[in-house]
Design a protein around this ligand. Structure first.
Ligand code: F6P
Length: 559
């Protein structure tokens, strides 16, 4: 029997708790409990997570655990990790956690007759072997040259994870190989990424779970043509051989890969129990294995696994993942939050918010619950963000003084990749630039939590008519996430943290967080509209008035 969150006792208690907390300032909360920072801080794998600047008290966390019990989170976690078909609309297991299970873990995992752990490691080892061959110059181009550039062609989960992690690891891992990522069907994307590349040293990865995605297959065909044409200009005319040597694939549809001309031996599989947005730790990460090597990729997987273990094994009251998921629910359903900012104070994480947009919004942007009924509470949040301190000079104004409550996660590491000193304008003072940067990280959550009162502003002698504009109300909730440095383990742990937070929210809201029917309609309509754009007048007439209007604008202005 489905238990709807809104009908639980904990839900009602949380509503009362919210009313009570609305009258408590974070200033008072910290004054009343000198141990608040310690009481609300948690370790999860390599991450240190401070929840103390959230709008909660100790009892709120008890209620989060109570709600988790009432909605059956324990059973849901067991069902996820054991391979039950929790993706009910597609009748699939959801086993991305198995992708990071260690090779020699005790016990096996047999799901739907498949030896999951065995198959995962067979594929990982095949991917590692190939990656090491490319890195060592054993797998070479058609003209015998060592590959220098990887071009990953994919979209959604077949792009956002690889590109985000490629950027995230640039500081902690060295490589002589660079990667480019092509996703958009806008021909500009491919054209710009191919600019200046040498066809003789470029290896393409076509990454597509289904191997049917319009954008990816169109770009892959364009890339194939580019390779053949550019090699021909250099006197290399073996086009079939070139494709077999310069193209590899990552997909669950290995039959389609062969049709494209890619050697099936150079195709790395995964399984329909890995959702696209949960796939960066599968063979979808082949570009990462080639660029950074097997040992870095293994460390990356280990970071995921550490969070999985924390999530699976910690009691809910001390489970950072569960508490963060519940906090998000609390803000959406009781405090009216619409969006959630993720603000990495680390330039290498600059694509992390974009990555989280697919993970969280494709997973929980739903109105219909798993049992087919319409939800009676709000679901999902808009995830967004930019690296600090850039955001401070752009949108932080709204977080500090706007009318909406925007919970924000701040992420930073203790040790920079590029320690540097700044000798100041006059050359007489020495600043540690990372510490200046971290000072901003600490200052922002402090300002958001504690604000600045009218009395404090007045005490500064501010002109009376400007006082109100300079007051900061405070009580703007933030979570601070820190780690020792941005290692591959930390990057994996950050991803797994948000994957499982998303799962927790989905369980509370009664959603299937693993399907994405909402992306289908637009794809179908695009193919119906396509003929109307340039040639087919009957297709044009079949369109609605607004679409006709826009197409007519295009027809009038195209050159
Ligand atoms: O259209 C959405 C989507 O299905 C995503 O869920 C997925 O990550 C993306 O398209 C790409 O799909 P594929 O890997 O099959 O090309």
């Amino acid at each position: 029997m489905t238990v709807y969150a809104s009908e639980t006792a904990a839900w009602k208690k949380l509503a009362a708790k919210k009313s009570e907390l609305a009258n408590v300032s974070l200033r008072d909360a910290f004054n009343q409990n000198p141990n608040r920072a310690r009481d609300f801080s948690f370790s999860a794998g390599p991450l240190f997570i401070d929840l103390s600047k959230n709008l909660i008290d100790a009892q709120t966390l008890d209620l989060f655990a109570e709600l988790a019990d009432e909605v059956g989170l324990k059973g849901a976690i067991d069902a996820q990790f054991s391979g039950k078909h929790i993706n009910n609309t597609e009748d699939r297991a959801v086993l991305h956690t198995a992708l990071r299970d260690p090779e020699f873990m005790s016990g096996s995992l047999i799901v739907d007759g498949q030896d999951v752990i065995g198959d995962v490691h067979k594929t990982l080892n095949k991917m590692y072997d190939f990656a090491e061959k490319v890195r060592a110059g054993v797998w070479r181009s058609i003209s015998g040259k060592q590959f220098k550039t990887i071009v990953n062609i994919g979209i959604g989960g077949s792009d956002l994870g690889p590109v985000m992690v490629y950027e995230a690891l640039r500081g902690s891992a060295n490589s002589d190989i660079t990667a480019k990522f092509v996703s958009n069907i806008d021909p500009t994307d491919l054209a710009e990424k191919l600019k200046g590349l040498d066809p003789e040293t470029t290896l393409f990865i076509v990454a597509s779970k289904t191997f049917t995605t319009l954008e990816t297959l169109t770009n892959a065909r364009l890339a194939k043509k580019w390779l053949i044409d550019e090699l021909a200009k250099k006197g290399i005319f073996d086009s079939k051989g070139a494709v077999r040597q310069h193209f590899i694939a990552v997909s669950t549809a290995l039959d389609k890969v062969e049709e494209f001309g890619i050697d099936p031996n150079n195709a790395f599989g995964f399984w329909n129990w890995v959702g696209g947005r949960y796939s960066v730790d599968s063979a979808v990460g082949t570009a990462l294995a080639i660029v950074y090597g097997k040992s870095v990729f293994r460390r990356f997987l280990d970071g995921f696994h550490q969070i999985d273990e924390h999530f699976k094994n910690s009691d809910f009251r001390n489970n950072a993942v569960v508490l963060m998921g519940m906090l998000n629910v609390f803000y959406v359903n009781f405090w009216g939050a619409h969006s959630h900012a993720v603000l990495p104070y680390n330039q290498y994480l600059h694509r992390f918010p974009a990555y989280l947009q697919q993970l969280t919004m494709e997973s929980n942007g739903k109105t219909i619950r798993k049992d087919g009924t319409r939800t009676d509470v709000h679901t999902g949040e808009i995830f967004w963000g930019e690296p600090g301190t850039n955001g401070q000079h752009a949108f932080y104004q709204l977080i500090h003084q706007g009318t909406r409550l925007i919970p924000a996660d701040f992420i930073a590491v203790a040790n920079p990749v590029h320690p540097s000193k700044d000798y100041g304008a006059k050359g007489d003072e020495v600043n540690d630039v990372h510490e200046l940067f971290l000072a901003n990280f600490f200052a922002q959550t402090k300002a958001l939590a504690f604000g600045k009162t009218k009395e404090e502003v007045e005490a500064e002698g501010v002109r009376p008519d400007l006082v109100n504009a300079k007051v900061f109300e405070g009580n703007r909730p933030t979570t601070s996430i820190m780690a020792v440095s941005l290692t591959p383990e930390v990057v994996g742990a950050l991803i797994a943290l948000y994957e499982q937070i998303t799962f927790v929210q989905g369980v509370v809201w009664g959603l299937n967080s693993f399907d994405q029917w909402g992306v289908e309609l637009g794809k179908v309509l695009a193919m119906q509209i396509y003929p109307a754009i340039s040639k087919d007048n009957s297709a044009l007439i079949a369109q609605d008035a607004s679409t006709q209007n826009l197409i007519n604008y295009y027809r009038t202005h195209r050159r």
